[in-house]
Design a protein around this ligand. Sequence first.
Ligand code: SF4
Length: 336
Amino acid sequence: MRQNILIPYIKEELIPFFYQKLEKLGFVEAGYNKALDITACPGTDTCNLGIASSTGIAEELERLIKAEYPQYISNPDVVIKISGCMNACGQHNMANIGFQGMSIRTKDKLVAPALQVLLGGGNDGNGNGRFADKVVKIPSKRGPEALRLILNDFETNGKGKPFADYYAEKGEHYFYDFLKPLTDIEDLTQEDFIDWGTIEKYKKEIGIGECAGVVIDLIATLLLESQEKIQNAQETFNEGKWAASIYHSYSSMVNSAKALLTAEKTKVNTHSSIIKDFDEKFVAAGRIAIAGGFEDLVLQLNKNEPTEDFTKSYLEDAKALLQKVESFRKMELAEV
Ligand code: SF4
């Protein structure tokens, strides 16, 4: 799971010999299986599906940890993983701190490499695990600063706890608040348009992939995400956290719409374009029935107080929408 290689059956008396050989290859540096040991997929180095560099940013983050946080060279409680795209070959969504390669388009239509920052995932080691939450999307060149902010806060507010417990206590919004300033793309510099590990200007180029990622059904994955968001909405509702539940229901509805639009190869860059296009292509076209339209349904949250009654009915709306979208998708696939 951390891209290790196990060499078994070495005779005990030969271990020093093996150690010396591995040392010559540079494989005995401190930090094995610790925070410093960052997992990264090949990303844009060799994978045609890679959107942004994963090995380049991994090297930079390892440099940062060695220079600024040497205590993490021997800390096994923070697991950092990076993938060059959503296919997650680097298992970034199962890490305490994960980064996923993306791109960002400025209002002048310039494209910069970006990273989605995910937090709170992990493998408990007892058969249980947790998917990380997608917290913010930032220009790739701000990846080191994001890690600094997270580790500084962990040092101050999570001292002595495993990272997973610290994250669970604080919750996604807490991290969103202090990472949000990094998402501002109004002041990008020329450097922001050059990805880690290269000196050339960034160009988003995606082709046919050579790894397991190519067999993943993107639409099914998006619909699974919608189900997860509904589960989160139900759990937070059960805990009496109305605002959080409304947020998850909203995300589920937009994500369900995004799934069908993606299947039609419609661009899904912003929430407002997803809402508008879904209304136009599915509701107005009579393909999915939503009384009053999708925009009114999804944006009810702007017109209502986060009461228990509203939270409950909004969650029911999100569930009903997902059911309609899933049935539509099944019908479409059956017709193919
Ligand atoms: S398909 Fe896999 S190996 Fe290729 S960039 Fe995406 S996550 Fe990395």
